[in-house]
Design a protein around this ligand. Sequence first.
Ligand SMILES: [Mg+2]
Length: 176
Amino acid sequence: MKYWFDTEFIERPFTIDLISIGIVAEDGREFYAESSEVDWSKASLWTLENVRPQLDGKAMPREDIGYALRDFTDGDEHPVFWGYFPAYDWVAFTWLFGRMDELPMHYPQLCLDIKQWAIELGDPELPHQQGNRHHALLDARWTREAWAYLANLAPEAGERWAFGRKNPDQSGAAPK
Ligand SMILES: [Mg+2]
């Protein structure tokens, strides 16, 4: 099943501190969570003014978000995650579970990128997001819209799967 996701985070060298995560599943279910461990002292004024006011305040530890995410994808042996410019989002996502090699075994170790796909298709203008932005769930919904727009242009490519592990010869987790 496909999952479109977005995160809000505090970005600083050398930190990507997850604030919130939103996910829309292909079957229409939605997931939203906020971290209770954000170090707001590192946040930019922009983040304090644009992201923080949109939070609902029902935050939980990152590790608990990871468990909730496992529940959300429970029973799906081949999840495919899509994001928009998702390099940093994917790091924040992965860290909910620990290191990259601590992702659930059936999760791919990469996500797919709406923007990269758009570039492959000649970089068409994507649908504009209606309503508030910089709220992880609202942005995740838009990511699905953007995917649907591109999938209309190239239906088969929209069904690509993300497979695999970066180091397939490594069995199990690396020693700590
Ligand atoms: Mg966002």
